[in-house]
Design a protein. Structure first.
Length: 72
């Protein structure tokens, strides 16, 4: 299984912007996600076309199962 964390923020222009991180651990907690999002906002390391990330809007973890087949 592959897990992806999608974090949605509001920008200084009032638009939504989503950052996704793949390969997150299965034991990721709500508190850890909140802390990560707070750090991203406070450090202001990401720039978007709609301005700085200024507020948390939402987050979700998506589980994906991939089945690969060998073909000849």
């Amino acid at each position: 299984m592959e897990y992806t964390l999608a974090m949605t923020f509001l920008t200084s222009a009032g638009e939504k912007s989503t950052l996704s991180v793949s390969g997150v651990k299965t034991t990721l907690t709500k508190d850890e996600v909140n802390a990560l999002m707070d750090t991203i906002i406070s450090k202001n390391v990401f720039k978007t076309k709609a301005g700085d990330l200024v507020k948390k809007s939402g987050a979700q973890v998506t589980q994906r199962q991939v089945t690969k087949y060998e073909v000849a």
